[in-house]
Design a binder for this molecule. Structure first.
Ligand code: UD1
Length: 341
């Protein structure tokens, strides 16, 4: 029988790509989203790619009664939780907004999972939990560091809430996936990253500069102790990242977990500098980008990249899409948004 996966935040950047991969792998998906940080563009793109309507429930996961009734209405075998605020800077000025939303929504899901006698819960965590470590690449055993921001703190706290809930409540099992830097868009260019306002992250700012919506890309810091002086990151293709969720959900629903709470890094294992990313983008898309060096951005770590071997061994997943294709897709998506393609 087909299994049903609830995707909270399924209309967002990562959630929409995960929905596509899940449905293509044979899962039924229910998307629930309150559209607080996105419009319907990606949801429509998902339905266009799949050629059918995917059930969509407009709702807020902070509303406990709404979460309970969702679990009553659908036979949910697994939940993937994306519905959270994610702007690092805003979380510094609005910490309570972040703690309330990101913790409460997740606790409501776990409560409902417990109430129905168990569920498989996948939490979208982040490499931000490692902070700046000198153990590179980072493995899942690398100690977590105190978070630099309330946003980062909510990731660490939700991991702990999941770990403790799994211990206490029969039938609740959990996986936390720690994402490195997800970039790119679906090869169809029908779904992608759609930041509201001025983008904080590198690739959306870069593509908006290339299309002329922003004047100039600032490269934050050229005096870091790295080969070219700019920060090193593990940029992971969004479709590869989405596929990791299919492997993780399948492991859960098929009862193949080794422990009831597991953690996996989702990265490529390859560090790339900010400058290398820019020059590769220019080369593969045949354009010249307007960029300049600017002072370091407070809170940035110098370098972080994954040891993804545990995910390869246990989930059978590894990153496959070449960086060139990822950066072509990021540009195709930006042009699609501008109505140029
Ligand atoms: C941040 C978060 C991470 C989150 C990720 C995706 C922290 C410390 N990091 O990662 O948890 O998962 O966003 O939302 O909380 N850069 C520029 N110019 C720009 C923008 C970025 O040079 O206009 C540089 C940054 O200095 C950094 C690199 O590009 O070195 C990547 O930045 P960004 O895309 O914002 O991601 P992270 O900060 O690595």
């Amino acid at each position: 029988m087909k299994k049903t996966v609830l995707v909270s935040g399924g209309a967002g950047f990562i959630g929409s790509h995960v929905t596509v991969e899940l449905v293509q792998a044979g899962y039924d998906v229910v998307i629930a989203d309150n559209f607080s940080n996105c419009d319907e563009t990606n949801y429509k793109g998902v339905c266009a790619i799949l050629g059918r309507e995917i059930p969509l429930v407009p709702m807020d996961f902070c509303d406990k009664a709404a979460v309970y009734s969702l679990f009553e209405k659908y036979p949910i075998d697994a939940v993937i939780h994306f519905a959270a605020f994610k702007a690092v800077g805003e979380s510094m000025t609005e910490p309570l907004k972040y703690y309330r939303n990101n913790l409460l929504s997740f606790m409501n899901i776990l409560d409902a999972a417990k109430h129905q006698g168990g569920c498989n819960v996948l939490f979208s965590s982040s490499a931000t939990v490692y902070g700046q470590t000198d153990q590179l690449p980072v493995t899942e055993e690398t100690p977590r560091q105190p978070a630099e921001s309330p946003y980062g703190n909510t990731k660490t706290m939700c991991e702990d809430i999941l770990r403790d809930s799994v211990k206490a409540y029969a039938g609740v099992r959990g996986i936390a996936l720690r994402y490195f830097n997800p970039i790119g868009a679906h090869p169809s260019a029908l779904i992608g990253e759609l930041p509201r306002g001025v983008p904080n992250n590198l690739v959306p700012f870069l593509t908006q500069t290339a299309i002329g919506r922003r004047e100039c890309l600032s490269v934050y810091g050229n005096d870091y102790p790295t080969p070219d002086g700019t920060c090193l990151r593990d940029f992971i293709d969004i479709v590869d990242l989405a596929k990791a969720h299919v492997f993780a959900v399948t492991r859960m629903v098929e009862g193949r977990m080794k422990k009831d709470y597991e953690v996996f890094n989702v990265g490529t294992g390859r560090p790339l500098s900010v400058l290398e990313l820019i020059t590769t983008f220019e080369r593969v898309n045949g354009l010249k980008l307007n960029w300049k060096f600017a002072p370091r951005r407070p809170g940035d770590v110098v370098a972080v990249w994954a040891d993804p071997s545990l995910a390869e061994r246990e989930l059978g997943w590894k990153a496959e899409r070449p960086l060139e294709d990822t950066l072509r897709s990021a540009w195709a998506w930006e042009k699609h948004l501008a109505g140029l393609a």
